[in-house]
Ligand binder design. Structure first.
Ligand code: SF4
Length: 398
C-alpha cells in the first residue's frame, strides 16, 4: 500500500485524503522526506532556496479573542496592553530598510479601540513616506474583526484596505481549519474555518496574493491536520492565490492550554506530507523560529524551498517561550551548508538578488527587537483622534 502511494507521488499523481493519511501515519520518515524532496525538486529544479528580509511587527497586543493557545494577548484595560504609535512604526520601518528589508509583516490583537480608519490612516501614512515598501498585513481573523467592528462586509473592508496600501494578507489565524478544533481552542468566535477561507477567497478575487498557515499540536487529530491541508488545496485549485504554506507547532509555554510541544521529527513529517498534499502550492517555508536553525536546515530535505523571514522582531512565538533567532548571515550559511544557493526574495517570491550582507555592511540583529521596551506604557498621541469603544479606553482618553 505505502509503496503504491509512493509510486503515485513519484509519478506526479495527486494523493487522496486516505492515501495522505496512510503515508503520514505509516511511511518511514526517510521515505516521506525523499518523496517530499522529489516534489520540491520538480517545482524548484534550480536548487535555489529563498528568504525575505522583513520585520514582524505586532501593532497591538490588546485582544478580545482570548484564544487558549496564545501567550501574547492582553485583555482590554490591562496595564501591559499597548498600541504602537505611527512614529514608532516609522522608526521600525527605517531600521528594517537599514538592514535591507522590503516589507512589514503587520499583525496584532483584535483591539476594539482601533477602528478601520486607524488602519487606513496608518497604511496611507506608511505609503506616503515609503512608497515602494510593502505591507503584508492583517490576517483573516483581523479582517473579520474589522468587518464586524465597522459593520461592513469583508470584501468592502478588503477594498478599503487595498485602497489605503495593503499589498498582501498573511495566513495567520488559520490554526486548524476544522470547527471542532476551533471551538476547543476558543478561536471559533474569531473566525470559523469557512470564514477564514472566505476572507482568502475574497482577497484573491480582489487581486491580492496571500500565504496559508497551519498550527498543529494542540487538540487536533491526524485526520484533521489533513482536512486542513485539503481545504487549502481546494481553494488553491479555485483561485491560485496562495503564494506559500507555512506550518509550525503549537508553543505551549505561558498559554492557558498548556501541554507538550510536538517533536522535531513530527515537524519534519508534517512538513513533508504538506509538500505532498499541497501539490498546487509552489512554496513551503521552513519554520526555524519554532524549530531552531538545524531542524530548519533539515526542512530543506523535507520539502521546504524557503527559509521565511530574517527576523528582526518577533513577539508572539517568543511570548510562548521559543527564542530561536538567526540573522541574514546565519540563514545564508544554513542554506549553503545544505547544498543550495541562497537568494533574497520579495513577497511574491520573485528573486531580488544575492545576500545583502555580502554586498554591504548591515547591522547584525542577533538580539531580536521587541514591539515595546519593557515598562514603556506610553500611549500614542494620535489615538485621541479615533473614537474609543471600550470603557477602559474611554477613561484613558478623557
Ligand atoms: S492568537 Fe491572535 S486572536 Fe487569538 S488571542 Fe492571540 S492575539 Fe488574539
Amino acid at each position: 500500500m505505502i509503496e503504491a502511494i509512493a509510486d503515485k507521488v513519484r509519478g506526479g499523481g495527486r494523493v487522496s485524503a486516505d492515501e495522505a493519511l496512510e503515508l503520514y501515519r505509516r511511511a518511514p520518515t526517510a521515505l516521506l522526506g525523499r518523496l517530499a524532496d522529489a516534489v520540491r525538486a520538480r517545482k524548484h529544479p534550480d536548487r535555489i532556496v529563498t528568504y525575505i528580509i522583513d520585520r514582524n511587527v505586532n501593532y497591538t497586543n490588546v485582544c478580545v479573542a482570548k484564544c487558549t493557545f496564545c501567550a501574547f494577548y492582553r485583555e482590554v484595560g490591562s496595564s501591559e496592553g499597548y498600541v504602537l504609535g505611527f512614529d514608532e512604526l516609522f522608526r521600525k520601518i527605517d531600521e528594517t530598510i537599514a538592514v535591507g528589508g522590503v516589507q512589514l509583516l503587520l499583525q496584532g490583537g483584535h483591539n476594539p479601540d482601533l477602528p478601520l480608519t486607524w488602519y487606513e490612516d496608518l497604511f496611507r501614512a506608511i505609503k506616503a513616506r515609503y512608497p515602494s515598501f510593502k505591507l503584508h498585513a492583517l490576517s483573516p481573523p483581523e479582517v473579520i474583526h474589522l468587518s464586524r467592528l465597522s459593520q461592513l462586509p469583508v470584501p468592502a473592508v478588503i477594498d478599503r484596505l487595498i485602497a489605503a496600501g495593503l499589498d498582501s494578507i498573511p495566513g495567520g489565524g488559520a490554526e486548524i481549519l476544522v470547527d471542532r478544533v476551533r471551538r476547543l481552542l476558543h478561536c471559533y468566535g474569531k473566525a470559523t474555518a469557512d470564514e477564514w477561507l472566505e476572507v482568502m477567497r475574497q482577497a484573491h478575487h480582489a487581486g491580492l496574493r496571500t500565504t496559508a498557515t497551519m498550527m498543529y499540536g494542540t487538540v487536533e487529530t491526524d485526520e484533521e491536520r489533513l482536512e486542513h491541508m485539503l481545504k487549502l488545496r481546494s481553494l488553491q485549485d479555485e483561485t491560485g492565490g496562495f503564494t506559500a504554506f507555512i506550518t509550525w507547532s503549537f508553543q505551549p509555554s505561558h498559554t492557558e492550554l498548556g501541554g507538550v510541544e510536538a517533536t522535531g521529527i513530527e515537524y519534519l513529517r508534517t512538513l513533508a506530507i504538506a509538500r505532498i498534499v499541497l501539490d498546487n502550492f509552489d512554496n513551503l517555508q521552513a519554520s526555524w523560529v519554532t524549530q531552531g536553525g538545524k531542524v530548519g536546515q533539515l526542512s530543506l530535505a523535507f520539502g521546504a524551498n524557503d527559509m521565511g523571514s530574517v527576523m528582526i522582531e518577533e513577539n508572539v512565538v517568543r511570548a510562548a517561550g521559543a527564542s530561536y533567532c538567526m540573522d541574514e548571515a546565519e540563514i545564508v550559511r544554513n542554506i549553503e551548508d545544505a547544498g543550495f544557493a541562497a537568494k533574497r526574495r520579495n513577497m511574491h517570491y520573485e528573486i531580488l538578488g544575492d545576500p545583502i550582507c555580502r554586498e554591504r555592511d548591515v547591522p547584525r540583529m542577533l538580539e531580536l527587537a521587541t514591539a515595546r521596551a519593557d515598562g514603556d506604557t506610553s500611549v500614542p498621541e494620535e489615538l485621541r483622534f479615533y473614537p474609543a469603544r471600550s470603557r477602559a479606553a474611554k477613561d484613558a482618553r478623557r
